[in-house]
Ligand binder design. Structure first.
Ligand SMILES: [Zn+2]
Length: 342
């Protein structure tokens, strides 16, 4: 695994609608492999060798969950809103980075120390709207001089690290893992296939950028290259999330209890056959809780056969997540198999 690239992708900041840094990285990887690239009106990065009628489209969303500056008080403390589905409990005392016109500003999410908490405060649920960011300013003017403005996006300052023999942790693995896989598919990409880094997946029930791009390209089929919830750790019962790290990508048959993509049966059958024939490990997933870009593409125009192939990832939609390199490899191999046969 190319850990240098994975680290760069994980540590790049790209809260939904501000995916520029990730788009730049990804476009550079595509061009290195001789592909043509373009960035469309919606911020999606498209890469292809050549494009004809009804191409095959593979999309990985580039955006990550994060925060946005809502208000700066007289003392220079910042209130924020959440962008995307974040568990409020994971926010307390995180180190964060605010992207401003003056560059990156360091901050921490503050909280009341336990020494001075009342019993009921200690037991109360954490709510994002009760939290604030401290940027080390003494008043509002100083915060503004640092460059902080209403509307700045905020990311978690999580370092990328390798763990154990084959695992790694970092921020935004949902879905920089998918971006990484697309970069690996660029080499020897067949004609009439579009690789696409999509924008704004995390801020809608379903992806926004994938929808606009599929409307334009009218693909004959769409594959969402994404991540999914792995439940192979304490405090999750096997029946709640029966997807495991190291056992291969999850082929999603149904998302969000059917409100998301219901995988095209022909496409699902073909994907499974390709995995079996190439002896690539895979898992089948039926998911009640979340959806992918496939949810926003499958019912565009007169319908586009769509499927999501997802890398199992622990602790997604928090400030840090964990994945396994064998799954990244298996996902890449499965998609390569699909490219060859479609
Ligand atoms: Zn995702």
């Amino acid at each position: 695994m190319d850990y240098e690239l994975m680290k760069k992708l994980s540590e790049a900041d790209g809260v939904s609608s501000q995916e520029g840094a990730v788009a730049k990285l990804l476009a550079a990887e595509f061009r290195k492999k001789g592909l043509k690239t373009e960035i469309d009106n919606f911020g999606n990065v498209l890469a292809y060798k050549s494009i004809g009628k009804n191409p095959l489209m593979l999309g990985a969303h580039m955006d990550e969950i994060g925060l946005m500056v809502k208000h700066i008080d007289e003392k220079g403390f910042i209130r924020f809103i959440k962008i995307g589905g974040i568990d409020d409990r994971t926010l307390i005392n995180q180190q964060v980075t605010i992207s401003t016109g003056n560059g990156m500003v360091a901050g921490v999410i503050g909280s009341k120390p336990p020494h001075i908490m009342k019993e009921e405060e200690r037991k109360a649920a954490v709510e994002a709207k009760g939290l604030f960011i401290d940027v080390g300013a003494t008043d509002r003017k100083e915060a503004e001089e640092l460059g902080v403005e209403i509307g700045n996006t905020v990311t978690f300052n999580t370092q990328f690290r390798r763990m154990g023999k084959k695992m790694f942790s970092g921020k935004a693995l949902d879905n920089r893992l998918g971006c990484y896989v697309l970069a690996k598919l660029a080499e020897g990409l067949p004609a009439n296939v579009v690789l696409m880094g999509t924008s704004q997946e995390e801020v809608s029930t379903f992806g926004k950028g994938a929808k606009t791009a599929s409307f334009r390209l009218d693909p004959r089929a769409f594959v969402a290259v994404d991540t999914t919830v792995a439940g192979d750790h304490p405090e999750v019962k096997p029946e709640e999330a029966p997807i495991y790290l190291g056992k291969g990508p999850a082929i999603a048959l149904l998302e969000a209890g059917g409100r998301g993509n219901v995988a095209d049966r022909g496409l699902a059958g073909k994907t499974i056959r390709i995995a079996k024939r190439n002896k690539i490990k895979f898992q089948l997933e039926v998911f009640d809780g979340g959806a992918t870009d496939a949810a926003s593409v499958h019912n565009v125009k007169s319908g586009i056969p769509s499927i999501a192939v997802c890398i199992p990832t622990r602790y997604i939609h928090s400030t840090v997540s964990v994945a396994h390199e064998d799954d990244v490899w298996a996902e890449t191999m499965l998609l390569k198999g699909m490219l060859k046969e479609f």
